[in-house]
Design a protein around this ligand. Structure first.
Ligand code: KG4
Ligand code: ZN
Length: 340
């Protein structure tokens, strides 16, 4: 079965053709980083305009790259939730129009589930059930994956997503956007024990996350306790070493929480298999520490390669194959939703 996947939930326009949920024939990703970087975060209105311009050419490229005509496609799949509502609507409208015009069935895909599924694209033999940590710019969630299209939410962030915290702390430190990769690189030069940042765990059995306190602690560390009100000066008085130390310590605290909660989720569900997805899964320290924790607690861990951790349509097309195989199709009234 050939599935055309379309992804426009945030700041990447992507289209992909995947055969039978695992063979990626094409995966075109147009990033909008240049558009948003001077604002230090995604500007929804700009993202929407760029998606409108990009979506049809990107779909065209994905078909061309796969050497496939639209008529050969069996199913059209699109991210329908969660994400920026305006951005999602552009992908959903494009998918519905194509499905109607070409007479193809349509599948609506949950973006968070697809980030978890990205692991099975590359490692299709990973056994079920598995606990998935999905950490990205918009989401931080733990899921119980019982089968290819069977996911149950175990916990999620109450405030900032992990990637969002990386991006905001990078902005505080006067670094660029997106902050995650920059802090990852800079953190290698800093001392992760220099600042004793809090590790918010929210109670013994909680599988939810909260990163806003950690972000505020980073703010106070940079500017002192008086920074609560008023305009912030740029941290010119922070030495390069101090910036690297704060970056490394912040990263360590956030990753400790991600790792501890994932292990806790495996423990509470009795699952031995861990997978990680989302843009933050590119983080080298997270990849290393999750691996160490898995070894320590006798768990098996899989993380996809970097190109399938960040937003991409291959994970959408891949997961949609399993929904289609179960007969779970959407109708042409498919709507987008900003929430899970
Ligand atoms: O999954 P993704 O591409 O888009 C969303 O669904 O949000 O994730 C983007 C997020 C950004 O916040 C970015 O800073 C973060 O992933 N990210 C990283 C790294 N690479 C990307 N965070 C930490 N370390 C990295 N190496
Ligand atoms: Zn994502």
């Amino acid at each position: 079965m050939l599935v055309l996947g379309i992804e426009t939930s945030c700041d990447e326009t992507s289209a992909s053709v995947v055969r039978d949920g695992r063979e990626v024939l094409s995966n075109i990703v147009a990033s909008q980083i240049d558009l948003h970087s001077r604002f230090g975060g995604v500007v929804p209105e700009l993202a929407c305009r760029a998606h409108v311009e990009q979506v049809l050419p990107i779909i065209e490229s994905a078909l061309q790259d796969a050497g496939i005509a639209l008529g050969d496609i069996d199913v059209i799949a699109v991210t329908s939730k969660p994400g920026l509502i305006g951005a999602l609507l552009i992908g959903v409208s494009a998918a519905k129009s194509l499905a109607w015009a070409a007479g193809k069935p349509l599948v609506g895909v949950n973006h968070i589930h697809a980030h978890a599924y990205a692991n099975w694209l590359e490692n299709p033999d990973t056994p079920y059930p598995a606990v998935a940590l999905v950490a990205s710019g918009g989401h931080t969630s733990l899921l119980l994956c019982s089968g290819p299209a069977e996911y149950r939410l175990l916990g999620a962030t109450n405030d900032d997503a992990a990637g969002e915290a990386f991006d905001k702390v990078a902005k505080l430190l006067g670094l660029g956007y997106p902050g995650g990769p920059i802090i990852d690189k800079l953190g290698k030069k800093g001392n992760p024990k220099a600042v004793d940042f809090p590790r918010p765990m929210l109670g013994k059995d909680s599988l939810d996350f909260s990163f806003s306190g950690l972000k505020t602690a980073a703010l106070y560390t940079c500017y002192g306790q008086d920074s609560r009100g008023g305009p912030l000066p740029m941290p010119n008085d922070l030495s390069e070493e101090r910036v690297a130390d704060i970056a490394a310590s912040f990263q360590e605290a956030l990753i400790d929480v991600l790792v501890a909660k994932t292990v806790r989720a495996a423990d509470l569900t009795g699952v031995r298999e861990i997978v990680v997805g989302g843009g933050v899964a590119c983080n080298s320290r997270l990849r290393a520490k999750m691996g160490e924790a898995a070894a320590q607690f006798g768990l098996r861990m899989n993380i996809p390669s970097l190109k399938f951790c960040t937003d991409n349509a291959a994970m959408i097309a891949g997961l949609a194959f399993h929904s289609a195989a179960r007969g779970e199709f959407a109708q042409l009234d498919l709507d987008a939703s900003p929430s899970y």
